[in-house]
Design a protein around this ligand. Sequence first.
Ligand code: 13P
Ligand code: SF4
Length: 331
Amino acid sequence: MESLVTAKKNINEKGFLDIETPNIDYVKEILKLKKEKNAVILAHYYQIDEIQEIADFVGDSLALAQQAAKTDADIIVFAGVHFMAETAKILNPTKKVLLPDLLAGCSLADSCPPEDFAAFKKQHPDHLVVTYINCSAEIKALSDYVCTSSNALKIINSIPKEQPIIFAPDRNLGDYLNKETGRKMLLWDGACMVHEAFSMEKLIDLYKEHPDAVLIAHPESEAHMLKVAKYIGSTSGLLNYVKTSDQKKFIVATEAGILFEMLQENPDKIIIPAPAKEDNTCACSECAYMKMNTMKKLYLCLKHELPNIVVEAELAKQAIIPINRMLELSK
Ligand code: 13P
Ligand code: SF4
């Protein structure tokens, strides 16, 4: 059996265990290790199909944070991106939280560097700070409330109307929330590259082919997409809309991984991913970070209990305050 020292040596420059794994039945081995180690696998809807299939729980950002907050497993394997695993670690300082690929980041979280944000916040001392969960622990530590796309309206509406707010880091979600709430929140100028990749021109062409289709979109999408969408919601909101709608055909503007669950839940419906500007192999928009996690990396991280998420204790103490406020308001 490989020692921990050997395993650590095998973490390559990309941050994951790079070990030959010939002829391994990943499904069988992952299930075995999970049981042996009392681990739980939490996966986001944007993960590859195989990971969604083997996970104990698949959900949106809010549901995953809620699961992380209540699990009694000894190890949490977070099949998602870094800010999600980091949030799980902040909620579980004594548990091991593993991320199959340490480089699975987020363009939206990266668009809000902590020093720049701290300076911006300093310029507006009378403002409360509400941040989308897609940000680093440092940004959460500078926040009064955290929210996700499932509960953002609820969180913002819980704050008195006259209270000025800074919303970060997503300008598209912030703009959508301003329109919905009639507020004038100050917006940080960040965005998700996956949700800004949709092509309006190609969408119009797609509509000509499918005039009976209904467009539904994630609120990280740009305003012109949201303007023509029949429904706007988080990944779980989009799933619920398709499941409960009488319509038969949908164009879905979010990361394409959601199609796995959507098609499973609605085998009788036609679901088309919204087209991206660039010609990707899938003719849709995929999150390269979410797709960094593979079955091999999931197996290796569970086997060697690496890469292990670490959050400095003082930072975690600050960052948990706005996360707990969100969880409390979302009950
Ligand atoms: P939700 O699953 O909360 O809608 O978030 C979408 C997303 O972009 C996660 O990175
Ligand atoms: Fe970040 Fe966008 Fe990927 Fe979500 S889809 S993890 S917001 S880059």
